[in-house]
Design a protein around this ligand. Sequence first.
Ligand SMILES: [Zn+2]
Length: 406
Amino acid sequence: MQRSAARGSPTMKAMLTRRRFSIAAAAFISSRAAFAASEYDLLVRGGRVLDPGRGIDGMLDVAVRGGRIVALRKGIPASAAAEVMEAGGLLVVPGLIDIHLHARDAGLPPSAILATGVTTMVDAGSRGADNIDQLVGIAEGAPNRMRILLNIGRLGNNPGGKGEFLEGVEQADVEKAKAAVAKHRQWIVGMKARLSRGIAAGNDMVVLRRAIEVAEAARLPLMIHIGDTASSLPSILAVLRPGDIVTHMYAPTPNTILDAQGRVLAEVRAARKRGIRFDFSNGLNEHWDWNVAEKALAQGFPPDTIATDLTVAGRTEQVLDLPNVMSKMLLLGMSLKDVLGCVTVNASKSFRELNPCGSLAVGAAADITLLELGSGTYEFVDNYRNRRSGRQRLIPRGVVMGGKRV
Ligand SMILES: [Zn+2]
């Protein structure tokens, strides 16, 4: 309204003149700058760009400047960039997001995880209210984007080598957890509760309700870990809210997502319909087997997200890295696009703070992963060391974090 009222007035004419002058001056300055420096800081050239969140699959070049993606098109000349990454024969995808791993130990530094193509990662419950500062310190120093799910158990995963609530359910301390979330809200993007009998004994519902109380107060999602719970899966799902995440979705009996006849439970389908998210995390012990995964996939129940549950031990057995875990879902028949969607666009939707990640859109942070889709014979294992061989394996071949080649 103000602008149209001012149109034609002497003040407006003066402003327009000034604006034309400054545009002309800016063009002059930028053309001079072009002689001094390249148009782009970095160019990822000649690869197959796959960005499932935006339906992109094509031979394109990706240009980066100032830490952001500034162009995505065919035929950008190498001479336009200060640095060129040749991606011929490789997949060029948004930086991978792993929403469930454990980056608490010196033997698994964030830099090593970044080197496997993971530009964004979430430590899922390694620490609780009493020892969260240690993990925040790691997140602050990480070269990739690291965020945290606070364990409702005040000492985090397995204090003293035992499940977090075996000493007593008072370890699930609501007030302490609320205070820790408030103190570290910039790092904490959700809550975590592990509900198996070896962790919560017969108190899974008490632990779950306390975790939800904290999550609700801070408007955060909760990730729960299922498998071998004292309570039935439907009774646990009934308490979850839209946006909450069930990890280890392909955990075997008892209390799997399947009924005794191997059919996906109606309550599990209803939970997904209601907005509860299902995550396939590999882990090491009793978190999944080929049969549950195969049966669920055959019935149209794929994961929303694929994650590693990586630990120091997982670096050398079963898990290895996120691309290896993704390859297991390729073996089970998921499409490349769907597998990539699980670790990019879908993962970005799991936490509000990660919503801008997982995309190669112009303007997005330049987090880019280069993968080789190897073809040959590769062996993969589930948590029971059952072997299957697949014909394809995703292998990390390069990574760009915030516009910088790693
Ligand atoms: Zn875990």
